[in-house]
Design a protein around this ligand. Structure first.
Ligand code: SER
Length: 894
């Protein structure tokens, strides 16, 4: 049975049983505790927690998931992959254990002709949580599974949570016996390769707190209702229904492996090592495509790093298999071919996905080379100093600067017989993470404990946002926190967080900064608001300080935003939409939004582009935007279904929740985009948009920064003043400035060269005098001395060689041994150059030895050839002593 058919049967089965079919959400979790969606239940989490009332009692989905903790296992076992699709059915306070178990059994063992999967019931083994008598009883008595095929397991196996505070509960797993060729018997408690888990039924009924590991966390209490969350691994069921040995040989992954085989010339099944590589490539390229499809771009943090690591592992494995050309494009194409039917956005976004993937491949192949050189140097340094362990800071540097995933460093060091100080590496990584966390904390309050905000939502519902139309509003204080803790009242000077039942304040989101302003309480108290966030969906938390008076819970308030700031932000936000559209028009759909920030009077916009955008294109884009402004286009917003938005061709940002009602912002006939932000009413209000330039912020992602309205005007006015000052200075018209200034720079360079030449000549003029002052030390002509400070090393060397030449030419001294040792102070440090002629060298006087003796006295080092050598040190006051040291050594050796 094909994967697509497994999926169709799943959704049909549950839809026929009263479940609403919910499309897969984006892999980018709308949840601050998660990087990527790891399970089918994630989009439903607010319903389980009771934060939001579910619009249905039963739902079903096939959700895209990514899990990377077992990345090292991929390809080595038959069932670990980084991307998978989780088929799920969910009940929110509707059916519970018995309902979930009955449905699961019917779908798995019902006949293929009846739309089910037709598995042999005798091959199914069940696990239940230690004390879950109820579940065991249902399996035995209602379903009829024999007692010997039901096993009880502990919290680590049969208790499910997201690994972070949130909903949780005991679970019951359904496992399939693949037969003796997969190992010893004894059920899933003994052998999880043979008895492979296919379906997990979670009886979601508790809320857990923070903790470590799979089983070490406290249970905080009951959820508002008893729920069901189940997850069946589509790939694992496909493996069984298609009768193949592992998930990489199932229909959707096999074709990717075949392509990798074709590109590398290595046959699948030839050898264990290359089989693992082929499987890694197939799995990782598919995961990469799915991540890029949802808007992730490779980077050094968060999701971007997950993607980068996966892609780089895939690319390296292709290299290990012997591929020498660019291979990612062809592999991506195959993945889109096999996944595109389920996820049509991959087809419509093919160009962007391919471009981002290719850019990463090209970038990695570049760093792979430089990084390899750095690693080789570090390895030989370590070895030459007798070490066997590569230092942690080297591994960190390779990771941090050269994008070497640590496992690549480990492998490459091992090839050369070294291990890596992983503890040191991890310590540096940890320090870096802590720095990043502290930074994030200082910027925003973390999301550590959300319970206080949830309580407000439970009591008073979510906040009504009235700021699309109003700049002030009367409301009631429904939540009050002082220094992060719920409080009945707050007083002058207190740092407070205030929740209102309705507010005109925009909470930071969708790239738009929060409003600031004031909340005035009817008793006369005033709170200055400097930030607004939504730590829990739909609850706007106003953060600020009580300026005067007392604020009590329940008080009547007048919320007033800073209107000038809001208008400046709105101008920036509308300008961002125009820029997005103009860039797409100029560069094609690859220029999709990758992030943005709209602040008062300025914005930045990040977008996909494989290369720098040429200046001329940027100028055109800017001109187009400014032309649109003067067309006085109306800006309107409308709420509609996602389907309608798509039909109207609205640009959707990635990570948007599918299936929801969405708000579409339209700017005349020019732009249409999903957006929750606040905008101007007409483009004429923008006045002027000035793009400040464009830069790279990661592979395949560029950033433009821009000013809007009066900020743009001020910028241009300042530039105009500078230009006026310059034209005054160089006495030319503005358009002549570049030519005039480059002419001046050329002249300056010429003049500097001339000065340099004069200085060199002056230094050499001293040569005759120095040669005349030569002293005789046991038959050797010796010139030592200090020349004026600031003489450069090159000039000093020229001078020394010149003096040495002159010594040889003095009448009657043609073959006399000569030593010249001159010193100077450059940049506050002593410097010496020493030269000897051939006859001196024959007597054992080597410049290198003399320099070492001098440099030692100067507190430094040096070296060179026997005829001329150079050295330096720390202490200019020691030059006299160094001269004496050279003199002594000559006397000893001559
Ligand atoms: N949440 C559970 C899991 O991921 C069941 O859907 O295994």
């Amino acid at each position: 049975m094909e994967s697509a058919e497994i999926r169709r049967r799943w959704l049909r089965f549950y839809e026929e049983r009263g479940h609403t079919v919910v499309p897969s959400a984006s892999l980018i979790a709308d949840d601050p505790t998660l990087l990527l969606v790891p399970a089918g239940m994630v989009p439903f989490k607010p319903y389980f927690l009771g934060e939001v009332k579910p619009p249905f009692k039963r739902a079903t989905s096939v959700q895209k998931c990514v899990r990377t903790p077992d990345i090292e296992e991929v390809g080595k076992t038959t069932r670990h992959g980084t991307f998978f699709q989780m088929c799920g059915n969910f009940s929110f306070g509707d059916y519970f254990k018995e309902g979930a178990i009955k449905y699961a059994w019917e779908l798995l063992t019902g006949s293929v002709a009846d739309g089910c999967y037709g598995l042999d019931p005798d091959k199914l083994w069940i696990t239940v949580y230690l004390d879950d008598d109820e579940a065991e009883q249902i399996w035995r008595e209602v379903i009829g599974v024999p007692a010997e095929r039901i096993q009880r397991l502990g919290k680590a196996d049969n208790y499910w949570s997201m690994g972070v505070p949130g909903p949780c509960g005991p679970c019951s797993e359904i496992n399939y016996d693949r037969g003796p060729e997969f190992g010893v018997e004894g059920g899933p408690a003994v052998n999880d390769e043979r008895y492979v888990e296919i379906w997990n039924l979670v009886f979601m009924q508790y809320e857990r707190g923070a903790g470590t590991g799979k089983d070490d966390f406290p249970i905080l209490g009951d959820l508002p209702s008893k729920n069901i969350d189940t997850g069946l691994g589509l790939e694992r069921l496909a493996m069984i229904l298609q009768g193949v040995q592992n998930m990489f040989e199932t229909d959707t992954l096999r074709v990717v492996m075949d392509k990798a085989t074709e590109l590398s010339g290595v046959r699948y099944g030839a050898e264990k090592g290359s089989d693992v590589s082929l499987r890694v490539v197939a799995d990782h390229i598919r995961t990469s495509v799915m991540l890029i499809g949802d808007g992730v771009t490779p980077g050094n943090e968060g999701r971007g790093y997950v993607l980068r690591r996966i892609m780089r592992r895939a690319i390296r494995n292709m290299r290990l298999l012997g591929a020498s050309e660019l291979v990612v494009g062809a592999l991506v194409d195959v993945v889109i071919g096999t996944m595109g039917e389920q996820y049509p956005e991959l087809i419509s976004d093919r160009k962007r996905v391919e471009t981002v993937a290719l850019a990463e491949e090209v970038a990695f192949l570049k760093t792979l080379k430089t990084g390899t050189n750095i690693l080789d140097t570090a390895v030989s340094d370590t070895k030459s100093s007798g070490g066997e362990v590569l230092a942690g800071d080297k591994a960190f540097l390779l990771h941090d600067t050269w994008g070497f995933p640590i496992d690549l460093t480990l492998e490459m060091a091992a090839e050369q017989g070294l291990s890596v100080d992983q503890d040191g590496f991890r310590r540096l990584m940890k320090e870096q993470r802590e720095r990043a966390k502290a930074d994030a904390r200082s910027k925003k309050q973390g999301h550590a404990d959300l319970s206080a905000y949830r309580e407000v939502a439970d009591r008073s519902g979510t906040t009504v946002f009235t700021g699309y139309t109003d700049t002030s509003d009367e409301s009631t204080v429904v939540g009050l926190l002082v220094d992060g803790l719920p409080a009945p009242a707050a007083h002058e000077g207190d740092e407070v967080e205030v929740v209102l039942d309705r507010t005109p304040f925009y909470a930071e989101g969708g790239g738009q900064l929060a409003d600031t302003g004031r909340i005035r309480i009817d008793t006369g108290a005033v709170i200055e608001i400097r930030d607004v966030q939504q730590p829990v969906a739909g609850v706007s938390v106003h953060k600020g300080v009580v300026q005067v008076g007392e604020v009590v819970l329940g008080a009547t308030a007048l919320a007033q935003i800073d209107v000038a700031r809001r208008r400046a932000i709105a101008r920036a936000h509308s300008a961002t939409h125009l820029t997005h559209q103009a860039l797409r028009d100029a560069l094609g759909p690859t220029a999709a939004q990758a992030g943005s920030e709209n602040s008062p009077g300025r914005f930045r916009f990040d977008f996909g582009s494989p290369a720098a955008v040429p200046g001329a294109v940027l100028t055109d884009v800017e001109q187009k935007i400014n032309e649109v402004l003067s067309r006085e286009l109306d800006v309107t917003a409308e709420v509609m279904s996602m389907d309608d938005a798509r039909k109207q061709g609205a640009i959707a940002e990635f990570g948007e929740k599918y299936g929801d009602r969405v708000r579409v912002v339209t700017i005349g006939d020019f732009s249409k985009e999903l957006c929750g932000g606040t905008h101007v009413r007409n483009t004429a209000q923008l006045g002027l948009v000035k793009l400040l330039g464009e830069s790279s912020i990661g592979s395949g992602v560029r950033r433009v920064e821009a000013l809007v309205g009066v900020d743009a005007y001020n910028f241009l006015a300042r530039e105009h003043t500078v230009v006026a000052q310059l034209t005054d200075l160089v006495k030319g018209r503005p358009e002549e400035l570049p030519e005039k200034i480059s002419g001046m720079l050329a002249k300056l360079k010429e003049a500097e060269k001339e000065i340099e030449r004069f200085r060199g000549e002056k230094v050499l003029q001293a040569a005759a005098g120095l040669a005349d002052g030569a002293q005789d030390v046991r038959g050797v002509a010796v010139v030592t001395g200090q020349v004026p400070d600031g003489t450069g090393a090159d000039d000093l060397r020229k001078l020394v060689l010149d003096v040495r030449g002159r010594l040889g030419q003095l009448p009657g001294q043609g073959s006399r041994p000569a030593v010249v040792a001159l010193f100077t102070v450059a940049n506050g440090r002593p410097l010496t150059v020493i030269a000897t002629n051939e006859t001196a060298r024959e007597r054992g006087l080597k410049a290198g030895d003399l320099v070492r003796a001098a440099a030692k006295t100067l507190g430094g080092g040096g070296g060179g050839k026997p005829d001329v050598a150079q050295g330096g040190g720390q202490d200019p006051a020691a030059i006299d002593e160094a001269i004496a040291a050279v003199g002594r050594l000559v006397a000893e050796q001559a």
